[in-house]
Design a protein around this ligand. Structure first.
Ligand code: ATP
Length: 325
């Protein structure tokens, strides 16, 4: 395949640095994609490091698949740029694409091919050695050894999804892009694919999309929430901790109201036996409050900032004008 730029007309990307951010595996800046007058994605920027799992969340039609297709180099951006492992998406498209493995929303599996042959074919397509070692390693990594001689149309949905992931890793790319990798799986298959993705994250950067919050919460370090083609939130996948809300665990439950009598505590509520959530007054010094709570004699065993659930973050980020909520 020639290493030629995409054919779609590019508009100026706006300010963009020549080099990838220090240590970054992937850096995308201001990526946009228009379909006629419709903007599917706008101003999408992302920096991803090796060993990091970034989850892309958003309501239906938010632009998740579009963002992944642009980053995978299978759909040309209308504007913007991306660099992966030192290769530019536009100027060195083929070298860029060889640095990644991509599981599209609907993976193109050829029904009458055997798993082993399919993986060899995919490796060669990407200029990698499709020999026994490469294919054997991908089969092992994805738990597919027993299925190597099966035809693709004889596989369960869970194994088909594993083959989809195996074709994305067979050429050992530093970046793996997975579009809805757990869609349509039963709970046991889901568990298997989650474990597989966690294993792969040790050696690869991973970018994955889902419209299921628990999936992203279980797998990602960081989350980007898209709404109507724009990033409306990014942050840790487990929600941002609050500066003034804390969870406390005691050996003995405090008497009702006793916690609220301490200086700096605005409100306290029991969330489970011996587990309380405290809200501090705006002027309180958290260190002083911990000391007061510890000295009160209920056997303080744990104290940590309370975080919003990802669900709360998602609902807040996607509500308001243009949101579905
Ligand atoms: N080939 C296309 N032609 C025209 N519009 C498109 C095309 N592909 C996507 N779109 C539109 O771009 C927007 C973003 O679509 P995209 O598939 O990226 O969203 P998504 O977040 O992945 O959605 P879902 O969760 O439903 O898969 C949608 O409004 C969609 O209708």
């Amino acid at each position: 395949m020639p290493d030629s730029p995409p054919t779609t007309a590019r508009q100026p990307a706006g300010p963009a640095s020549e080099d990838t951010a220090p240590g970054a595996l992937l850096q995308a800046e201001h990526l946009s994609r228009h379909y006629a007058s419709h903007t599917a994605l706008s101003g999408f920027s992302l920096t991803l490091h090796r060993g990091e799992v970034v989850g892309l969340l958003g309501p239906n039609g938010a632009g998740k698949s579009t963002a992944l297709k642009l980053l995978a180099g299978v759909l040309p951006p209308s504007s913007g740029r991306a660099r992966l492992a030192g290769h530019d998406l536009i100027d060195a498209g083929q070298r860029y694409r060889r640095q990644l493995g991509y599981l599209p929303e609907r993976p193109p599996l050829y029904p009458d091919m055997r798993v082993h042959d399919y993986l060899r074919f995919c490796a060669r397509l990407r200029g990698a050695d499709g020999g026994r070692t490469a294919v054997g390693r991908a089969l092992t990594e994805c738990g597919l050894e027993a299925m190597a001689d099966r035809r693709l149309d004889q596989l369960s949905q869970g194994y088909r999804q594993r083959v989809g992931i195996a074709q994305a890793v067979v050429h050992r790319p530093p970046l793996i892009i997975l579009d809805e990798p757990t869609v349509g799986l039963d709970p046991r298959q889901l568990q298997g694919i989650r474990q597989l993705i966690r294993r792969l994250a040790r050696a690869h950067g991973i970018l994955l999309s889902s419209h299921l919050l628990p999936e992203i919460q279980a797998l990602a370090d960081r989350v980007i929430i898209l709404q109507r083609g724009r990033i409306c939130h990014q942050g840790p996948a487990r929600g941002e901790p609050h500066a003034r809300r804390f969870n406390a665990r005691f050996r003995r439950d405090p008497h009702a109201g006793a916690l609220e009598g301490l200086p700096g505590v605005a409100a306290a509520r029991a969330v489970a036996p011996e587990h309380w959530q405290l809200r501090l007054t705006p002027d309180a010094d958290p260190d002083r409050v911990i000391s007061a709570v510890a000295a009160a004699g209920w056997g303080l065993e744990a104290w940590q900032p309370a975080g919003d659930s990802l669900e709360q973050v998602f609902l807040r980020a996607t509500q308001g004008p243009g949101g579905e909520a």
